[in-house]
Design a protein around this ligand. Structure first.
Ligand code: UDP
Ligand code: MG
Length: 317
């Protein structure tokens, strides 16, 4: 039986937490009874520097139930960092950890399937939303558009998967090797590799309280994702520069022809051709610099370059 940790980041969630805790405790007890989780399994709440009574509630639950653990971050560091803090804490004690939101939007009953897939040998199990009916039209289109743009820009992310996922201990150890400060877990987890599978679930409405992801945070999150995983925007500038330089040569030829056929106003040729040529060269140079910046950027991240999944070593004699 595996030791399963449920990791829940919470930011100002006093409204939902009582219900969340009730359901998760029930779930954990059921898992233990069904033999899907052992007696060392825990629910781990991460208080992401909340300003309401979230931490008091968590301490209270911890007092009352041996199933509940909690950690409190000193500041509000955002969902991704809070989640990482929770996962890294769980890593030391668990066989696998499942991350889910505090607002009960992720279907708690899907947890059984996550653990089953883990027992079948998967190191990573992604929760994928079946439908997004409960999201507003706006949230749905922007979110799905975001997944598509990410794919287009070359980041390997799972469509309609948020942060409801199971990770085995060795996948967590893999994750701990990614030392980047701009954290975008959805992009990193597929890079870790190992065997993975999907669990499909219906996304519910937020049980209580308000979304902690207003449009501003959503946009910066999307931008973070794109700029952390792709240097394509930089390449785009380079390509534009090359294109403009080529065009400028054509423009130059056109201007010269106009000049020699006396169709041009005096002074026009020189001005027009220099504008085009300079513009093109400038963009090309910016793009070149950008390409190097992109390289520096990937070097600075110092991501692990490989991970060994299995090692067939000498037989012991
Ligand atoms: N959250 C967090 N820190 C933050 C913002 C959000 O830990 O700065 C948590 C929040 O408590 C919830 C999860 O991240 O458990 C997802 O947030 P939310 O439900 O508000 O996002 P949405 O579902 O609207 O995208
Ligand atoms: Mg939510």
């Amino acid at each position: 039986m595996p030791t399963v940790f449920l990791v829940i980041p919470c930011y100002n969630e006093e409204e939902v937490l009582p219900e969340t805790n009730r359901r998760l405790c029930e779930k954990m007890a059921a898992l233990q009874q069904q033999g899907l989780a052992d007696e060392k399994s825990r629910i781990l709440y991460v208080d992401d520097g909340s300003r309401d009574h979230t931490w008091q509630l968590i301490s209270d639950y911890h007092q009352k139930s041996s199933l509940v653990q909690g950690i409190k971050l000193a500041h509000n560091r955002g969902h991704q960092n809070a989640l990482l803090a929770g996962l890294m804490t769980a890593m030391k004690e668990c066989d696998c950890a499942i991350s889910l939101d505090a607002d009960l939007q992720d279907d708690v009953d899907a947890i059984d399937q996550f653990v089953q897939k883990y027992q079948e040998g998967c190191d990573v199990v992604y929760g994928v939303r079946n439908k997004r009916e409960t999201d507003t039209f706006f949230k749905r289109t922007t979110a799905e558009g975001f997944y598509k743009v990410m794919k287009l820009l070359g980041a390997d992310i799972v469509f309609n998967h948020a942060d409801y996922r199971l990770m085995s201990r060795r996948a967590l150890e893999g994750l701990s090797e990614y030392r980047e400060v701009n954290l975008f877990l959805r992009g990193i987890v597929p890079l870790i590799g190992y065997r993975s599978d999907y669990v499909y679930y219906d996304r519910h409405e937020r049980f209580a309280g308000e979304s902690k992801y207003p449009l501003k945070k959503m946009l910066s999150f999307a931008l973070e994702g794109i700029t952390s995983f792709s240097v394509k925007p930089l390449k785009l500038i380079s390509n534009l520069g090359i294109l403009l330089s080529v065009l400028s040569v054509l423009g130059l030829i056109y201007a010269l022809i106009s000049y020699f056929t006396h169709n041009a106003v005096a002074g026009w040729t020189a001005i027009v051709s220099s504008i085009w040529l300079l513009g093109g060269i400038q963009l090309l140079c910016v793009g070149m610099v950008g390409t190097y910046v992109g390289k520096i950027y990937s070097e600075v991240k110092a991501r692990p370059r490989y991970r060994i999944e299995e090692h067939l070593h000498d037989h012991k004699s």
